[in-house]
Design a protein around this ligand. Sequence first.
Ligand SMILES: [Zn+2]
Length: 80
Amino acid sequence: MADSCSDCERIELIKKQKAPYFVRESKTGYVVIGDNQRIKRHSLFLCKQCVSELHLLAPEFRYGFLTEMSIAAEAVYKSV
Ligand SMILES: [Zn+2]
């Protein structure tokens, strides 16, 4: 995937500690609060591997990513 996708750019900002809405890193991704909150609690779970489709992730990584995504979603849900 191209180096310059918006998720990769945001991950680079996180690594440089310049991402104001960064929440937490996990094994497979990064939780960030959405730039706008038109939808209450809008947040993103950015994958550490840049692919355009979930099925392009290796199965073991994909299952870990999806599990962590559901944990992040539950945490966001319970946060308010
Ligand atoms: Zn990317």
